[in-house]
Design a protein around this ligand. Structure first.
Ligand SMILES: Nc1nc2c(ncn2[C@@H]2O[C@H](COP(=O)(O)OP(=O)(O)O)[C@@H](O)[C@H]2O)c(=O)[nH]1
Ligand SMILES: [Mg+2]
Length: 891
């Protein structure tokens, strides 16, 4: 009998999972019976195995049901878990959370994923409160019942080793947890889960098995929101940076599958293949990542995908272009449909197996005629060498490949050299004229094979059609962007003209109709489609590589100075909302001036429509990014609408982030609260956006508020203010407004010396007005390598020596009092001063760098501190929306 600890044979036991045993054994049984007569073919492509699969529905159904109820997810099968459910702040948000019971596991996973915690997949061990000695001792007989698969044994013996579902204190397999969670989530939460998984550099689920409904789902919609960046050609240079949704680019794709039993772990092999340096990236989850994890119960048949993306550095790039890798969990015999799809979409398929006996020969000969080339990775069992060789010799001509397609990896094989050889094969195939499909193309093939594609639902398709109508129009269709002064006159003029008689025309009207759709899901689909549709339009233009934060400071005549907005901004959702805001603002002016009777208002419902963004978890623009002005009537209208929306739960805490563009503000807020502020667009939107985080009812009494309104700003210019006086004044007003509205402001700094002068000026103005919000300074290491620095919460280090520019600003305004440092300005009480030093987000060079656990943990600490401060009462008491409206009017 094989020992589970032994790496080679142990894998045999590991790889054959409980859920597939039933089907695999049964299929094997049928196959053997059929083959005894040697007159029955296993037909590739006829779906034979699916029919056989359905011989076991009861086992699958109860296994899925049992897993869902074990994880506490059975209630979400009809009414699915939503994004809003997952993002709520509760008492768990302020403590380090160790799962006490299996039903805590989905929530722990979601929370850790939201916080970009690289360990998210590994925390599937339940730590019950019960002390160890109080737990029942495992009976000897139970231990004896564990039967490991041994190929030498009679195959039918294994049928007795079907594992029971894990008992509550047994860890759940992370892939089971992922599948159960995805099956319980709505399309938008699925997207969020996949997005965060991609940021954590985890492999992404592509085909989600659902034995319950006998339907597997191709996750096109769920992956559509994942954007990846890579460099097309070394050296890095203008024009070679690419950014795209992962579903769009066509790339060579390599599928890795297991046939029957393999001593080699696919996932570990793939991880080694994808890791450029000596440090292995665990992109695909494998057994060795968490101790004693149980076997898969429901996740067999899952197909995962990951990519190699070049970084533009020749020393690091394994392949010169993006390459996709697919990994089918489970045995191909039991998941023939998935295997069939993989052979139709891949450039080459690597089959890992220990044996090629008659059964495997039959199975693979059914691929005769397939255009996809197969490679074998064998680890033949002792004693079966001759059979293997004989059948392989017969199989290779059938598959039209030669011996170069057979790789042998046994325990004595040098792993590094083996991986090197695999890479050269991949590179060779990718260089040749091979099949290159995008995920959209693959979804098409999946449909043909009868798989469900998540994007095909009616609401999603209707919303897509609407988006296409809107984005088909040009920028010129949005007329009121830019100078707010001219708008009122323009609207007045236009209101009197025919096209406006029934409301806004054309594109904007289509957009408004989309927002006003009676189906909440369709509305949400529409807004997501709009985001992507507009992003695709941007991608058609050449993209500038991001500049490091230091380069984004104002230089006289430089790119980031006041003259910069002359470059047209890419069109985003905010432009449509801005247009609506301007119409509303202008109409309100006309009503106030008595030029329009209030009864004739046509745009009074716009704030309610705009609030849809907040409701569906998208950022809503508060301050116009082009003009840096806040349209007061519009903002007031939005806040009034928010007040009506929140109803009795209207106590708000306002939290904002300010700093230089590219200092990680948006990434920080997204990591902290699971939000969707645009990131990576260092020169993107400049104004301020808000999103709403709900506090769970059970926690709101304790926290003292019902919602947290999070405001992200596009960024302020650090350094010299010379020559940019007009811009500077606008920035000061922006900072004053944001800081004035906030109970807590997080100020992010790339360089600890140069705090944006606009922030200092805003401090002074607010101090004069007697307004002293709470501040958290975050110094972020934006370098790709760890820089030794002060400990996460070192005080004073930052503020003792203000940089010359900052000093000059403060000096100018405080001549009477002499120089005062930022510390003097912001915190009279040094005990209240918090400076956070956050480690870099990445270990290594993006896009293949691993996400750093240190970053995630530091952000979690910061979040905990912020929530504790809120709970303990901030210097500014929390407010009602009504009070915010008053503040907006005053600031
Ligand atoms: N190297 C590194 N990059 C980061 C870090 N935090 C964010 N980034 C990246 O820096 C870019 C700008 O981040 P973003 O959050 O948009 O900055 P913002 O302009 O201040 O909101 C994005 O591509 C992020 O992925 C970090 O700690 N280290
Ligand atoms: Mg940002």
């Amino acid at each position: 009998m094989a020992s589970p600890g032994h790496s080679d044979v142990g894998e045999v036991a590991r790889e054959v999972k409980a859920s597939e045993r039933g089907t695999a054994v049964a299929i094997a049984d049928l196959e053997w019976r059929e083959m005894e007569g040697d007159d029955c073919e296993f037909h590739y492509g006829d779906g034979t195995n699916e029919a056989q699969d359905s011989d076991f529905p009861t086992v699958e159904r109860s296994r899925l049901q049992d897993m869902l109820s074990l994880l506490g997810l059975e209630t979400y099968q009809v009414q699915k878990l939503s994004l809003q459910d997952a993002l709520q702040i509760s008492s768990d948000s302020v403590r380090n959370w160790a799962p006490q019971a299996p039903r805590d596991l989905p929530w722990t996973f979601l929370r850790k994923l939201q916080a970009l915690n690289a360990e998210a997949r590994n925390s599937t061990t339940v730590v019950p409160d019960t002390p160890l000695d109080a737990r029942p001792v495992e009976k000897e007989s139970q231990v004896e019942e564990i039967v490991y698969w041994d190929t030498a044994d009679d195959i039918s013996a294994d049928i007795y080793s079907f594992s029971e579902l894990p008992t509550p204190d047994t860890p759940v397999n992370p892939l089971d947890l992922l599948c159960a969670l995805l099956l319980s989530s709505d399309s938008f939460l699925q997207q969020e889960i996949v997005l965060k998984m991609s940021l954590c550099q985890f492999a992404l689920p592509l085909i989600l098995p659902d034995s319950e409904n006998h339907g597997h789902t191709f996750l096109l919609w769920a992956l559509r929101g994942v954007m990846r960046t890579w460099w097309a050609q070394p050296p890095r240079g203008v024009g070679s940076l690419r950014e795209d949704s992962v579903v769009l680019p066509r790339a060579p794709t390599f599928a890795f599958v297991r046939m029957e039993v393999s001593s080699n772990s696919k996932s570990q092999l793939l991880n080694a293949l994808l890791s450029p340096g000596h440090r292995q990236r665990d992109c695909f989850w494998h057994r060795d990542l968490s101790v004693g994890t149980s076997s898969r119960e429901i996740a067999d048949g899952l197909v995962e995908i990951s990519w190699f993306l070049p970084s533009g550095r020749e020393d690091l790039d394994l392949f010169p272009e993006p390459v996709a890798f697919l990994n089918l969990r489970g045995d191909i015999g039991s998941h023939w449909l998935q295997f069939k799809l993989l052979t139709e979409v891949s450039s080459a398929v690597f089959i890992l197996t220990d044996n090629i006996s008659r059964k495997e020969y039959k199975l693979l000969s059914s691929m005769k005629g397939s255009a996809t080339k197969c490679y074998f990775i064998l680890s033949p069992c002792r004693g079966k060498r001759n059979t293997n060789l004989r059948l392989l010799g017969r199989l290779l001509p059938v598959l039209r490949v030669d011996h170069s397609h057979v790789l042998v990896k046994v325990s004595s094989t040098d792993s590094a050299r083996f991986v090197h050889r695999l890479r050269s094969i991949v590179a060779h195939v990718a260089r040749s004229p091979c099949r290159r499909l995008s995920l959209e193309d693959m979804a098409h093939a999946a449909r043909k094979l009868g798989l469900r594609v998540d994007e095909d639902c009616e609401e999603c398709q209707r919303a897509k059609g609407r988006m296409e109508r809107v984005t088909g129009a040009t920028r010129g269709a949005l007329r009121l962007q830019g100078d707010p002064g001219g708008t009122a006159a323009q609207v007045e003029r236009e209101l009197r003209q025919a096209p406006w008689a029934g409301g806004p025309a054309g594109v904007l009207q289509d957009f408004i109709t989309g927002l006003g759709s009676p189906s909440p899901a369709e509305k949400q689909y529409f807004l997501r489609w709009m985001e992507w549709g507009l992003a695709w339009a941007v991608q058609l233009r050449p993209r500038q590589p991001p500049e490091p934060a230091a380069a984004l400071r104002a230089k006289p005549g430089g790119a980031a100075d006041a003259s910069e907005p002359s470059r047209p901004e890419p069109l985003g959702l905010e432009h449509f909302l801005r247009e609506m805001g301007q119409l509303y603002e202008a109409e309100s002016c006309l009503v106030e001036a008595g030029k329009l009777p209030a009864g004739q208002r046509r745009f009074a419902h716009f704030p309610g429509l705009a609030l849809e963004l907040l409701r569906t978890g998208l950022p809503l623009e508060l301050v116009d990014g082009t003009t840096l002005s806040a349209p007061l009537r519009w903002v007031t209208g939005l806040l009034k609408e928010l007040h009506a929306h929140l109803g009795r739960r209207s106590r708000l805490v306002v939290l904002s982030a300010l700093g230089v563009p590219g200092t990680g503000k948006s990434t920080l807020l997204n990591t902290m609260f699971g939000l969707r502020f645009a990131t990576g667009r260092a020169r993107g939107p400049r104004g301020a956006f808000m999103q709403l985080v709900t506090v769970a009812e059970s926690f709101s009494q304790d926290l003292g508020c019902d919602h947290i309104l999070v405001i992200d700003s596009g960024g302020l210019i650090a350094g010299a203010l010379a020559t940019v006086a007009g811009r500077f004044e606008l920035e000061v007003s922006l900072a004053t407004l944001i800081m004035g509205l906030s109970n807590v402001t997080v100020v992010t700094l790339a360089d600890t010396r140069d705090i944006p002068p606009a922030i200092l000026q805003a401090f002074l103005r607010l101090e004069k007005a007697g307004h002293m919000p709470s501040y958290q300074f975050v110094h972020q290491n934006l370098h790709d390598v760890p820089v030794p620095g002060p400990k996460p919460r070192d005080r004073w280090w930052l503020l003792e020596q203000p940089g010359d520019k900052s000093r000059a600003t403060v000096q100018a305004d405080k001549q009477a009092d002499g120089l005062r440092t930022l510390a003097d300005l912001a915190f009279c009480d040094p005990e209240k001063l918090h400076v956070w030093h956050i480690p870099s987000l990445w270990h290594g060079v993006p896009p293949m760098a691993a996400v750093s656990l240190g970053y995630s943990e530091a952000i979690f600490e910061l979040k905990r501190c912020l929530l504790e401060n809120i709970r303990n009462g901030l210097s500014n008491p929390n407010r009602s929306v009504q009070q915010l409206i008053e503040l907006v009017r005053r600031l």
